[in-house]
Design a protein around this ligand. Sequence first.
Ligand SMILES: Nc1ncnc2c1ncn2[C@@H]1O[C@H](COP(=O)(O)OP(=O)(O)OP(=O)(O)O)[C@@H](O)[C@H]1O
Length: 724
Amino acid sequence: MTFAAGVAALVCALCVDLTVFYARASVETPGVPVRLSVLWGFALLRFWALAAATRLTLGRVRRLLLRVITAHSLLPAVFETGSTALYPGEEAGGRCGRLADARCWLLFVAASLSAALFWEVTIPDSDEDAAAAAREQKKKARVQFLRVVKLYRPDYPLLGGGLVFLTLAVVCEMSIPFYTGQIIDILGSQYQRNQFRSALLFMGLYSLGSSLSLSLSPSSSLSAGCRGGILTCAIGSFTCRMKLQLFGALTKQEIGFFEVTKPGDITNRLSNDTVRMGESVCLNVNVLLRTFIRTVGMITLMMSLSWKLTLLILLETPVTGLVQNIYDTHDQRLQLAMQDSMAEASEAVREVLSNVNVVRSFNAEQHEAGRYGRSLVKTQDLKTRRGCFRAVSLLVQRLTGLCTQVLMLYYGRQFIQSGQMTVGSLLSFMLYQSDVGTNIRTLVYCVGATLKSVGAAERVFEYMDRRPVVSTDGTLRPDDLSGHVRFNRLTFAYPSNPDRTVLQDLSLELKPGRMTALVGPSGGGKTTCVSLLERFYEPQAGEILLDNEPLKSYDHGFLHRKVAMVGQDPVLFSGSIRDNIAYGLTDCSMEEVQEAARLAHAHDFIQQMGRGYDTEVGEGGGQLSKSEKQRIAIARALVRRPQIIILDEITSSLDTESESEVQQALSGLPDRTLLVIAHKLSTIEKADQIVVISGGVVEDRGSHQDLMEKKGSYYKLVEKLFAE
Ligand SMILES: Nc1ncnc2c1ncn2[C@@H]1O[C@H](COP(=O)(O)OP(=O)(O)OP(=O)(O)O)[C@@H](O)[C@H]1O
C-alpha cells in the first residue's frame, strides 16, 4: 500500500462515514422500535459503505481494518440500544440526538480504535501460513479428541451414570439461590407461613440433592461425590487399557527407534501422558458439560428475574473471555515448556543413576550436578513466570468482576425503586451473578482446554500408531529349515547416525553344519552383521536370504526361535534361573530346560545352588558371576533348538576350560549353522570358514590354513594376536 493510497482511503472513508453519521441524525423516528430499527439499519449501511470505500481505494481490506470498521459502525447502535433499555422512560431522541454530535463521533472513533489496538496487541494476527497451520492443528486436535472419546467406549455405561448425577447436581444447585430470594421476599413482605415452609422445604431438598451428587468444592468433588467416584473408575480403567496398548506398540518397534528416542521420553509417555490423556479429556468434558448446563440455566433464571440486568452483566463476558483466553494460551505454553524441562531433569537423574560407576570413574559428579541444577533452575524460572502471569490475569479478572458488581448494584437499586424488581429477586440475581462470571470463564477455558488436552493424547497416539521400520508382518514358517544364510550385497548405516555407512556392499554365506568366524579390527562391522541377521535393523540396500527366502518374509516368532544369539554381555531378568532359560517360551518343560543347561555346561553349577533351578538371579542377574550369566544365556539360546546360533564374543568371559566345553557342546549339535565373533585364536582356528571384516567390507575369507598361506589381512591379524 502506498502512502498516497492510504491517504486517499482515509479521506474517502471519513467522507462516507460522516455523511452516513449525519444522514441518520436527520431522519425523524417516532417511537422506540422504529428508532432502534433505523439505528441498526444505518449501522449496517455504515459498515457496508465504509468497507466498500476502503476496498475500492486500497484493493483489499485487512483484518485489523475490518475490525475497526465493524466496531466503529456498530458502537452507536449498541450504545443507544443499551441506553434505551436501561432508561426506558427517557424522551425519544434525547440520547440519540446527542449522538449526532461531532464529540460523540470522535468518542466512537477513539473507542473503536482502542478496542482494535487492544485486540491487535493481545491477539495479533498470524500470517497466512501460521493461520493455516493453526487451523490444521485444531482439526487434528478435534480428530484426536474424538478418538479418545471412542476409546472410552467400554466405559460408556459408567460415564452415562456420571452424567445423570452431574445433571441432577447442577439442577439442584441452581435452584438454591432462587429459593433464597423467595424466602427473603416472604420475610420482607407479609409473612405467609405456608409459602415460607414450602420455599424452605424445596431449598432443603435441592441442597440435599446437590450435595449428594456434587461436593461443594471442585477440588474434593472427585473423591466425595458419586459422580466423582464414577469418573475416577472410568478414568482408571481407560488409563490401564491405554498403558497396555502403548506398551504393546512400543515393544514392537525396531531397535533403531530405541536408539534415537530418549528413554525418558518413552517412559514419560507411558506413565504420565496416558494418565493425563484419560484425565484431561474426561474431566474437561465433564466440567464443560456441567458448566454449560449451569451457565444456560443461570442465565435463563437471571433473565426471568431481570433481563435488563442480565444484559448488563453479560457485557462483562467478552472482556472476561478475552482475558481468560490470553491467560490460557500463555499458561498452556508455559506448562508444556515446564513439562519438557522436568523431563530433561529426570532424564539427567536417570542417566546418572544407571551409570553411576562411569560418572565416578570420570570424576564427573560436579558436571552432572551442574547439568541437573540447570534443568531445575529452568523449571523454577518457568514456574515463577507462570505464577506472575496468573497473578496479573487474576487481578484483571477481579477488577472486571468488581466493576460489574458495582454497576449491578447501582442499576439494581434503581430497578427496585422503579418497582421493576424486588429485594429478594435482586438477592437471587446477585447470588447467580457471582457464579455466572466464574462459569463463563470456565466455559471459555474448557472449550479451549478440551481440545488442547489432547496434546498428551497426540503424544500417546504418535507411538501407538507408529509402524516399525523393521516390519514384523512376515508369515513364513517352514517345517524344515536348513539354516543356509546369504548376506547379499548389504549396505547399512545406523538410524542414529545415518550419514556414516557401516557396511558397504557386504556379501557373506553361512552354511548349515558349518562354523563361520567373523574376525577383524574393532569397529569393523562384525556385530552389525549379527544385528542385521537378528533383524534388529533393516539394511538400506541388499538383503539377507535364509534358505533362499528374504529374512523379512519369515514369521517374527518363528525367526527368533530359529536364530538364537548369545551376546558379549548377556542380560538376565529378575526371576528364577528356570524363568530365564525358558524366557519367552510358554511351552517349555523342566526337562528341556535342564537339557539346554547341560549343553551349556551350566547344569552343575545350577545344581550346587541352594534352590537349584528355582534360585533367583537378582535384578539383571546381579547375583551371578559373568561366566555363570554367560552359560545361562547360552542355555536360553539352546532351549529354543535354534537352527542358527550366533555367539558374539561369548568366550571373553568364560575360562579356558568352560570355553572349550561349550565349544565342544556346540560343535556336537548336528547341522546347525554357527556364526561366531571371536578375538581368541583358539576359537577362530576351529572355524570352517573365517571372514575378515574391516571398515564394513569383507577383506579376506577362507579356512585358517588357506588364509595363513595367503598372508593377507588375516595373517596380519593373527600376528597381532600373537604379539598381544
Ligand atoms: N547402535 C549404533 N549406532 C550407531 N553406530 C553404531 C552402533 N553400533 C555400532 N556402531 C558403529 O558401527 C561401527 C561398527 O560397529 P560394530 O559393533 O559392528 O563393530 P565390531 O566389528 O563388532 O566391533 P567390536 O569388535 O569392537 O565389537 C562402529 O564404528 C560403531 O561405532
